[in-house]
Design a protein around this ligand. Structure first.
Ligand SMILES: NC(=O)c1ccc[n+]([C@@H]2O[C@H](COP(=O)([O-])OP(=O)(O)OC[C@H]3O[C@@H](n4cnc5c(N)ncnc54)[C@H](OP(=O)(O)O)[C@@H]3O)[C@@H](O)[C@H]2O)c1
Length: 437
C-alpha cells in the first residue's frame, strides 16, 4: 500500500463536518477502492465548534498553517468566501499541494488565475462539489462526455429557486410568502439575493460553460434575471399552454457566440427536466454524438456535497485527478466563443399583458408583434381573471410567441406598453422548448 494521502480540511461547517463523518465512517470501503488510504492530517478551525471532535488530528487556528503542514498532501477548502479562501488556495498550490474546493464564488471570481497557478505548479485543483452539490457533473462533462462537442448545458442549479417556484406552482402562493417560508426552513439565506436574483446560478453556470466550451470563467457575462415578477397566475397560464416554470441556467453555443443566461423559463411539462421539484437540482447536457443526457440529484446539503468532495479525494488517491481543469480545454476554443448580449438571444417568449377589455386590443397586440416579425404560437384572453380599474375592466392577455430575436421582442414590449389600452408592465418569460436544441 502506498503512503496515505494526508488531508487538511479548512472550514468545518456543514460541508466540512460531513466530509469528516464520511471519511471516518466509510474509511474501510474507501481504502479498498484506492491504492492510497485517505488520512485526516490536519484541521483548520478558527474557533472550537460545539459537537465537533477533532480526535487526535492536529488543529490549526491559522488556515495557512494547514497549507504549510508537511503531513498535508491536499488542502480541502470548505470555508466559503473569496478573500481568505483565495489566499489559502494560492498558498496551497504554491506549496505544491493539491486543492479540493466546493467554493463556486471563489472559482467564478478567481478561477482563471487559480487554475493557471495549478497548471504552472503541476498540481490538481478539483472542484466537483462547487456545481450541483452531489451530482457528479464536472466529471460527466470532463470525462464521460469527453468525446463530444458540447452544444448546450441547461440546469436547475439553485435549489432555493427551484423550491420557491415549485411551491408557488403547487400551492398558488405568491413569491414573497414562499420566500419567507424558504427562509424559515433554512433553504434560503436571510439575504436571499444570491439565490433569487440568479447570482449563485450564474457562478455555477460560468464554471460549467468554461468546461463545456473551453472559454474563460466569466460569471459577470452571464445574463441573469430574478424570480420576483412571476405570479401564481403565470403558473396556471403556463400549464394551460403545456409548460412549467423552472429556474433555468442555460449555456448554448451558437454561431455568433455563447448564450449564457439564468432566468425563470417555461419548459415543456412532459420533459423530465420539468419534473425536477423542490430543492432538487438537474443538469441536462447536449453532446453532438450522445444527444441530450440528464443528471438529477441533491444540489446541496452537507452529506450530498461531501459525496462530491470525497469523490475528488478518491481521484487524488488513485492518481487520476490531473491538473487539467478548464485550461486544457481552453486550447480547443475556436471563434464564436464570446458571450452574446441578451439582445442577441433567440427563443420563444411568454408574454402577459394586462389590457382594457375593449374591442380592437387584440388586433393592436397582433399588429405590433407582426411588425417585428414575431409569430404568435398560442394566445389566451383570461376573462375570468379580469380586474376592475374604476369604470374600466381589464383582462390579462397571455401569449406564446415562436422563437424570435430578443431585440425584436424587447422592441415589441416597449410598443405594447405604450398602447393606451395596456396597463402596467408586460411580463416576458423566456421559453425553452429543448426539442429545438
Ligand atoms: N452547504 C451546502 O449545501 C453547500 C453545497 C455546495 C457547496 N457549498 C460550498 O461549500 C463551502 C462551505 O459551505 P458550508 O455550508 O459548509 O458553510 P458553513 O456551514 O458556513 O461553514 C463554513 C466554515 O468555515 C469557517 N470559516 C468561514 N470563513 C472562514 C475564514 N475566513 N477563516 C477560517 N474559517 C472560516 C466557518 O467558521 P465559523 O464557524 O467559525 O464561522 C465555518 O465553520 C462554501 O464555499 C459553499 O458555497 C456548500
Amino acid at each position: 500500500m502506498d503512503k496515505p494521502l494526508g488531508i487538511g480540511i479548512c472550514g468545518l461547517g456543514t460541508v466540512g463536518q460531513a466530509v469528516v463523518r464520511l471519511l471516518r465512517e466509510e474509511g474501510d470501503i474507501l481504502a479498498r477502492r484506492a491504492p492510497r488510504a485517505l488520512k485526516l492530517a490536519a484541521f483548520g478551525l478558527r474557533r472550537d465548534k460545539p459537537g465537533f471532535d477533532p480526535g487526535a488530528v492536529p488543529v490549526y487556528r491559522d488556515m495557512l498553517a494547514v497549507a504549510r503542514d508537511p503531513n498535508v498532501d491536499v488542502v480541502v477548502e470548505l470555508m466559503g468566501g473569496t478573500d481568505d479562501a483565495k489566499a489559502l488556495v494560492e498558498l496551497a498550490l504554491t506549496e505544491g499541494k493539491a486543492v479540493v474546493t466546493a467554493n463556486k464564488a471563489l472559482l467564478s471570481e478567481h478561477g482563471d488565475a487559480l487554475f493557471a497557478l495549478a497548471t504552472q505548479q503541476g498540481v490538481p485543483l478539483a472542484y466537483e462539489a462547487s456545481v450541483a452539490g452531489g451530482i457528479p457533473i464536472i466529471k460527466a462533462l470532463r470525462e464521460g462526455l469527453a468525446g463530444n462537442r458540447i452544444e448546450w448545458v441547461a440546469g436547475i442549479i439553485n435549489g432555493t429557486s427551484n423550491f420557491i417556484l415549485t411551491e408557488m406552482a403547487g400551492a398558488g402562493r405568491p413569491f414573497a410568502d414562499v420566500l419567507a417560508e424558504a427562509q424559515r426552513l433554512g433553504y434560503a439565506e436571510a439575504d436571499p439575493t444570491f439565490d433569487v436574483e440568479g447570482i449563485d446560478a450564474a457562478h455555477k453556470l460560468s464554471l460549467l460553460a468554461s468546461l463545456a466550451f473551453g472559454v474563460p470563467i466569466a460569471s459577470a457575462k452571464v445574463f441573469s434575471e430574478g424570480l420576483s415578477r412571476v405570479t401564481p397566475d403565470d403558473f396556471r397560464y403556463a400549464e394551460a399552454f403545456g409548460y412549467r416554470i423552472k429556474p433555468l441556467a442555460l449555456a448554448r453555443r451558437r454561431n455568433a457566440g455563447l448564450e449564457l443566461r439564468v432566468h425563470p423559463a417555461l419548459v415543456p411539462e412532459k420533459t423530465l427536466f420539468a419534473q425536477v421539484q423542490g430543492v432538487q437540482n438537474a443538469v441536462m447536457i447536449g453532446g453532438h454524438a450522445v444527444g441530450p443526457t440528464l443528471y438529477v440529484g441533491a444540489g446541496a446539503g452537507g452529506d450530498a456535497t461531501a459525496s462530491a468532495v470525497v469523490a475528488d479525494l478518491m481521484d487524488l488517491a488513485r492518481g487520476t485527478q490531473h491538473a487539467m481543469p478548464p485550461l486544457a480545454y481552453r486550447k480547443e476554443a475556436q471563434g464564436g466563443e464570446a458571450a452574446l448580449p441578451s439582445t442577441a438571444f433567440h427563443s420563444p417568449a411568454y408574454l402577459r399583458i394586462v389590457a382594457e377589455d375593449t374591442p380592437g386590443v387584440l388586433a393592436q397586440v397582433a399588429t405590433i408583434l407582426s411588425s417585428e416579425g414575431i409569430n404568435i404560437e398560442a394566445l389566451m384572453q383570461k376573462a375570468q381573471d379580469s380586474t376592475q380599474e374604476g369604470e374600466t375592466t381589464c383582462v390579462p392577455i397571455v401569449l406564446l410567441t415562436r422563437a424570435a430575436d430578443e431585440a425584436a421582442i424587447d422592441r415589441a414590449i416597449t410598443a405594447l406598453e405604450a398602447l393606451p389600452a395596456v396597463r402596467g408592465a408586460v411580463l416576458r418569460l423566456r421559453v425553452e422548448p429543448f426539442a429545438a436544441s
